[in-house]
Design a protein around this ligand. Sequence first.
Ligand SMILES: Nc1ncnc2c1ncn2[C@@H]1O[C@H](COP(=O)(O)OP(=O)(O)OP(=O)(O)O)[C@@H](O)[C@H]1O
Ligand SMILES: [Mg+2]
Length: 674
Amino acid sequence: MNTAVHTAGDSNPGNARNSGKKPRSTEPLKLLKFAAKYWPLVLLGPLFMVLEVSVDLFQPRMMEVIVDRGILGIGNGGLSDIHLVISTGIRMILLVIAGGCFGILSGVCANVAGQSFGNNIRKACFTRIMHFSFEQTDAFSTGSLITRITNDVTQIQQLFMQAIRGFVRCMMFFVGGTVALLTLDLSFGQVLLIAFPLIFLDVIFVFIKTNPLFSLLQKKLDDLNNIIQENVSGIRVVKAFVQEKREEARFENANQALVGTQFRVELLLSFMRPVMNIVLNLSVVAIIYVGSLRVQDGSVAPGTVMAAVTYITQILNGMMTLAMIFQTLSRGIVSASRLSEILSTDPAITGGSYNGKSTPDINLKYTEDSPASKDPEGINDSKNAESTNDSKNAEGTNDSKNAEDTGDSKNTEAAGSGIVPGCLRFEHVDFSYPGSRVGVLSDISFEIAPGETVAIIGATGSGKSTLVNLIPRFYDPVHGRILLDGIDIKEYDLKALRENVTICLQKSELFSTTIRENISLGNPDASEAEIIAAATAAQADAFIREQPDGYDTAVAEGGMSLSGGQRQRIAISRALLKKAGIIIFDDSTSALDLATEAKLYDALRTGYKNVTKIMIAQRIASVKDADRILVLDSGRVSAFDTHANLMKTSRIYQDIYDSQLKDSDAGDGKGGAV
Ligand SMILES: Nc1ncnc2c1ncn2[C@@H]1O[C@H](COP(=O)(O)OP(=O)(O)OP(=O)(O)O)[C@@H](O)[C@H]1O
Ligand SMILES: [Mg+2]
């Protein structure tokens, strides 16, 4: 389990309260492992490039032969040799073709290796992001994660390809060209002695100036992507509140900030290119000048000067390209560290080894003891001053239910079958969101028996969603622990835990695929009959059949082609299909009318009686028939008892009741939790 603490100055956004370590500066180099599989291509790419450049470097030599010996007839008594010109010309053409082929092969190797390298990093980052906890995703921000997985991957892919081809090409021109030039005549070296430092200074100046701007550039891109993402997904809200102008202005600001940074980078780069061009042209003039002096004193032939001009052009062009590669390098380094931040962020929430299959001791306990009659460590007593389990039993309201659902039948089924019975226990749980000093939940202790139906009610913002989000470990408590069937949920393998606890979230998230696939997300192996059964229980089957293509009807992005209540019922179908030991409904029926809600609860009562159900609701009518109701007040358990008892003992519950149902008669038997 990962419990490392966020340290001051830790730059990795994923390293929030519970997460992993800070990436070291060598971390970006580790990305190279994603290219390891393609090592033959990584070697062949530069090798073909070496061959291509060798051909290019050989060309001036042949040109020299054509001019000096073929045309001027040097060494041949001044007689031109047309055969030499033609044969050398043909060899030059053949070499150019061969060089072109080497270039193509080098390009293919670099591209395949580069694309695969990028693709592997993209996949690894995506997989890592899928395992992030909510707090880690929040810490990076959605826009930044999108920029990293798209733009940053492209940047390092670019760098990788340039390293394989461009770098080798430049270095060959630089080193090979220098050797070839000096071999022609050492006096040409004087020109290099002046040109090299000038170009070097130019490159270093621009490198130092642009380097910090590249990391700024990526941050500005993050900001822009965040705004785009927010506005595209929230376009309906923007339109509903006629906020297009305001959002356009927000976009414009972020866009301008990006353009401004880009402009500064381009300005610096545009300074570098002309300076290099000037140095290049002056060097050519200098070579011609030095060469003409040497021709005059008979040390070199005119063709040699021509070859020298070609070499100096090749060398300095190589250096100019090298300067460009430096830019890609500095930009690539920024992107590589941003990607390393993702890859070196250990998922803050990792599971243990318990797979939920063996039968824990607590099962036996519940076979013997009804939770309603027993509170082994006095957990409920200490918290629920207003309501005790004893009082519940005194009323005797749920005795028969508990005996039936939470007792023998359930545990007989569970014992040895590997089904988690669904006994849940919170022990002194405190929680606050990362980065916030305000505690959202304090000292929460309660226990829910297998098969019990518990409703949670409380004012908006009282922490209901937060509380249930702790059960599948979307977040971990700051203090205290949560036990599922007597075992700390941290001991569970995360997959096993989430297979045993299903949550129907407050906001029904649907995907842009068919209704059937949206439901079967809960259990991809489910049969058609099981899907229909889940939809029928969720009161969704009838309306799904009325859709143009029934279960195969495509759902628009975010479920926008359906009503709020229809979306909720598809989400409920999905949760029911999962057949987990515990099902949590987070205000999942808020958009249903009372009659439909009542039918849903009836179906749950009969079809899912052995499943532990936790339902958050705002309406008393929705919760009053639950076995017990937990009243949450500002993050604390204020009461936990039956409707009847709460009506006598809990002022908060009475207030909610008064505000909602006094006039409409809560006891009319309509609606109500299972
Ligand atoms: N991701 C988050 N980061 C920081 N604070 C949060 C986050 N989610 C919720 N909160 C805060 O935690 C508190 C409890 O929120 P929660 O969503 O649990 O309330 P709730 O009881 O479910 O409310 P509602 O009935 O409106 O759904 C609120 O004050 C809220 O501002
Ligand atoms: Mg909520």
